[in-house]
Design a protein around this ligand. Structure first.
Ligand SMILES: Cc1cc2nc3c(=O)[nH]c(=O)nc-3n(C[C@H](O)[C@H](O)[C@H](O)COP(=O)(O)O)c2cc1C
Length: 353
């Protein structure tokens, strides 16, 4: 089961892995505090997408993905996590409290999933035409169910076309909305940026790859021509992959956390199967399209994300913030003040000595 680590060493190893969870626009909307054998995971409302995510649903999904990674990392170190989700109604930003005392060797599945935390990447674009390995879809659906969510595979051609049309319509709307564009711009740094958050140009293709049906990606480059060149000349045979909706039966913050835990378990399971996952949250950010998907494609369950799963050679690179910006002893700093120095009136730039 490995050597005995101090609580501090455990916390650093666990949080260093948790930050590699997926988050909307790579906002990494989380903070961790620690005292002894206990971690608290807080949502950081200062990193919420105020325009796209007014209720904080995507923020809580992102935190749920980090929570699953915390639990998995503890298991991989041979500890048994005890988790309380949203333990204090008086502190809605306190997503979870995780403590550990008992030890047990990790199982094979935990070991495998854990081995993919650092190498999993969100895919953007088309997939190779080869089918997924047998049983992969069953494993992904099981991964969602075990975290209190459901992965609904949209296999019927008509429904797949409707789902793609919803993503197209949403993307079209989002590109016409100047407030949303301004918000997206804040999370899409230029190539070469030293930032540890946001969606870097090393993580999306420079040119959209058309598939049938077409699930357009977000406009991270915003007309600047940023992004990665294609790996090889485009072939006519690239496909959209298996399309699915991630849903929960209710729509409370606890369900959003479940959806996030399920999301990370799904993406890691896919990675173990040699597959990658593309995410589209565009139609879920527009209430009328979310309602359309709920009524037409998910039998009344609440949809959170459109997923596409397939095989592909990935070259995408992402970034993360330093632990010093998000891991604190005992109590967290006030929301939004974790990393931003306060400017005095009339002061334009922070002095960087
Ligand atoms: C709630 C949520 C919504 C997301 N929506 C999209 C999306 O619409 N388009 C996209 O390309 N990626 C989406 N992502 C993926 C993030 O952009 C990605 O996790 C982040 O940039 C970090 O990159 P990585 O997953 O490769 O580590 C979403 C992730 C989450 C958790």
């Amino acid at each position: 089961m490995g050597e005995q680590l101090t609580d501090e060493e455990i916390v650093r190893q666990v949080v260093a892995r948790a930050v590699w969870a997926p988050s909307v626009h790579n906002t990494q909307p989380w903070l961790f505090t620690t005292d002894g054998p206990r971690l608290r995971l807080y949502a950081d409302p200062g990193r919420r997408l105020a325009v796209a995510d007014p209720d904080g649903r995507e923020m809580m999904i992102s935190c749920g993905a980090a929570l699953f990674t915390v639990r998995l990392a503890l298991r991989s170190l041979g500890y048994v996590p005890q988790t309380r989700v949203l333990p204090d109604p008086g502190q809605p930003a306190l997503v979870a409290q995780v403590s550990w005392r008992d030890r047990a060797a990790p199982g094979e599945l935990e070991r495998q999933l854990s081995g993919h935390v650092l190498i999993r990447r969100t895919h953007r674009g088309a997939f190779d035409p080869e089918p997924l390995p047998a049983n992969a879809l069953a494993a992904l659906s099981d991964a969602a169910a075990r975290q209190g969510a459901a992965l609904r595979i949209v296999a019927d051609d008509g429904q797949r076309a409707a789902l793609a049309a919803a993503v197209q319509t949403a993307e079209h709307e989002l590109r016409r909305d100047s407030e949303r564009l301004r918000e997206l711009a804040r999370w899409t740094p230029a190539p070469g940026s030293a930032r540890g958050d946001g969606v870097p140009a090393t993580s999306y293709p420079a040119r959209a790859e058309r598939t049938l049906p077409y699930f357009p990606g977000r406009d991270f480059a915003r007309g600047h021509g940023w992004g990665m060149p294609p790996l090889s000349p485009a072939t006519a045979h690239r496909v959209a992959g298996v399309a699915a909706l991630l849903t929960t039966s209710a729509d409370r913050p606890a369900d959003w956390v479940n959806a996030g835990q399920a999301l990370q378990r799904i993406t890691l399971t896919a990675s173990v199967c040699g597959a990658a996952v593309a995410l589209h949250s565009q139609p879920l950010e527009l209430p009328w399209l979310r309602e359309f998907l709920r009524a037409q494609l998910s039998e009344g369950a609440f949809p959170h994300l459109v997923l596409r799963v397939g095989l592909v050679t990935q070259v995408s690179l992402s970034v993360r913030r330093d632990l010093g910006d998000l891991l604190f002893p005992a109590s967290p700093p006030a929301a939004g003040q974790a990393t931003l120095p306060v400017l005095q009136p009339g002061e334009d730039f922070v002095q960087l000595s």
